[in-house]
Design a protein around this ligand. Sequence first.
Ligand code: KG4
Ligand code: ZN
Length: 349
Amino acid sequence: MRQGLAASEELGLTLALETSCDDTCAAVIDGSGRILSSIIHSQDVIHEKYGGVVPEVASRAHAERATVVVREALAEAGVGMTDLESVAATVGPGLIGALLVGFHTAKAIAWGRRLPFIPVNHLHGHLGAVWLADEQVPLPLLVLIASGGHTMLVRADSRRQFSLLGQTLDDAAGEAFDKGARLLGLGYPGGKELDQLAERGDPQAFTFPIALRGQDTLDFSFSGVKTSLFYLLRDMTAEQRGERAIDVAASYREAVVEALVSRLMQAAEREQVPAVAIGGGVAANSLLRRRVAAAAEASGLCAVIPSFRLCTDNAAMIASAARYSPRLAFPHYLSVEATSSLRLGQDVY
Ligand code: KG4
Ligand code: ZN
């Protein structure tokens, strides 16, 4: 066991930072896991003109905002630096330059105050959002994590013990939404805009393929549905594309959501769990939220559907996961580094 490493226990008032991709986030939670503040500075407007996250640009924007979000998080929580009892930060996976900014800012704050420091796996953070949303959720629990970078089915036997049941073989669900939105000429990142447009359309108007359907696997694939959308739009006139955009968006969303929900429920049945949950930015999708709630109710399962702000990247979920992660006592974290690739269940030491 690494020197200075302690098992998770009461952390007291915790400041957490999250900068793994393009949101600069800081949050404060108290010892009982109550969120006192959660500040999210989105970089969407910065990356919009490139049509995707530019890692170097994201790192610089994090560096400009990191101390600002910390100050805002402390002010909104009504606490000062001297009140903090522990500091946490996302250690990976993510864009390494982006991770380094939040990780070292948090480490410096912990070091300066001689506090314990908790490096948190970002994937465990999305699970941490589930514990924030429902403190009483029964275990074992099946969680669908769907974001711009990940699509996976996770079985949680405790708040520390996770197993990966299935994942995407190619694009993430968020990528499928973002690329679809781009083909439809919607904004960036596009998932939310496509969702809003789809609310007004007919989901049966067009048929999109659902990969691996009926197969004995809990994996996903979204490259086919995106290609199918490309060909559908290519073969339409500009006028048709305009007139049918709402129905195309609704049918496309239907296929992506059906793929996600059917796998989640298939896994829940196979694993015989009492509860299911969703997390990650795609869990903000209105159809996905409705379908998971309905499917769980029909199967007699408890469903945890976190609020929008807890689904997309945020630091409150990192603070929540920190409560169930090993912590490092001062000064044993100085040599700990962020890492771009970290698997589910993996810690940095
Ligand atoms: O978890 P997140 O904030 O960041 C990553 O770790 O990727 O997820 C962002 C993703 C983007 O792909 C975004 O388009 C998608 O979540 N997203 C949505 C919705 N809101 C955000 N996708 C579908 N429907 C939405 N309402
Ligand atoms: Zn995420």
